[in-house]
Design a protein around this ligand. Structure first.
Ligand code: HMH
Length: 208
């Protein structure tokens, strides 16, 4: 039995989580001052990220207990729509999605493959952390104006928030049943995810 929970990770590492979810990129979206170059860089790189994230979630499903299928399958269904939505947003902006990943995006995608080699409790926690990062990041700046409100709503809406709560519950269940010996690895993955989230915002912000 392990006493580690998702909530305890957030309280143990508040600074890392703050840096993952609060960034000038998002504040400038809220103020409407982000440059098209910065925003479009985020859009295309995040599309490429989401393609690999979908593969990540599919691999988490493959090792999840059957009781956890409903929530993860719901997530995969939402990702199906999200990919179509990203393609539509890119088309509106005349952006080419057939480009190569920037280093930070590639590093994050590589890291998800590494997480997929770890045990289910670690993967379930990582899935929760990755989704919570966007759920909070897009909500924290406050109401955004067009066109950014559409992006903020995608990850900040009530249904997505509910989905993230279910992911937390499932991760907590899996962690609870795991050995104390897993604690160091869980903490390390949480901190890596937080650092990669921060780096991803910075990557887009740097694209002047
Ligand atoms: C970088 N993290 C990044 N992109 C996303 N679309 C998500 C998380 C999804 O929550």
């Amino acid at each position: 039995m392990n006493t580690l929970t998702c909530h305890s990770l957030l309280t143990q590492y508040p600074q890392a989580w703050k840096e993952a979810t609060i960034h000038p990129f998002l504040q400038q979206c809220q103020q409407g001052t982000i440059s098209p170059q910065q925003f479009n860089t985020w859009l295309v790189q995040d599309y490429l990220f989401v393609v690999d994230f979908t593969r990540f979630v599919a691999r988490v499903l493959a090792v999840a207990p059957v009781e956890h299928f409903d929530v993860i399958l719901g997530g995969l269904n939402a990702l199906k729509n999200e990919l179509i939505w990203f393609e539509a947003k890119a088309k509106e902006r005349h952006l080419n999605l057939q480009i190569t990943k920037q280093v930070t995006c590639q590093e994050y995608c590589n890291y998800m493959r590494e997480i997929n080699q770890m045990s289910y409790p670690v993967q379930a926690m990582a899935l929760w952390a990755i989704e919570l990062a966007y759920n909070q990041a897009w909500q924290l700046p406050g109401q955004m104006t067009s066109p950014y409100n559409e992006f903020a709503d995608r990850w900040g809406n009530a249904e997505f928030t509910e989905y993230v709560k279910y992911l937390e519950k499932q991760a907590d269940e899996a962690l609870h049943k795991s050995s104390e010996t897993l604690t160091g690895q869980v903490e390390s993955v949480f901190l890596q995810v937080a650092g990669l989230e921060r780096a991803f915002w910075q990557m887009a912000f740097n694209a002047f």
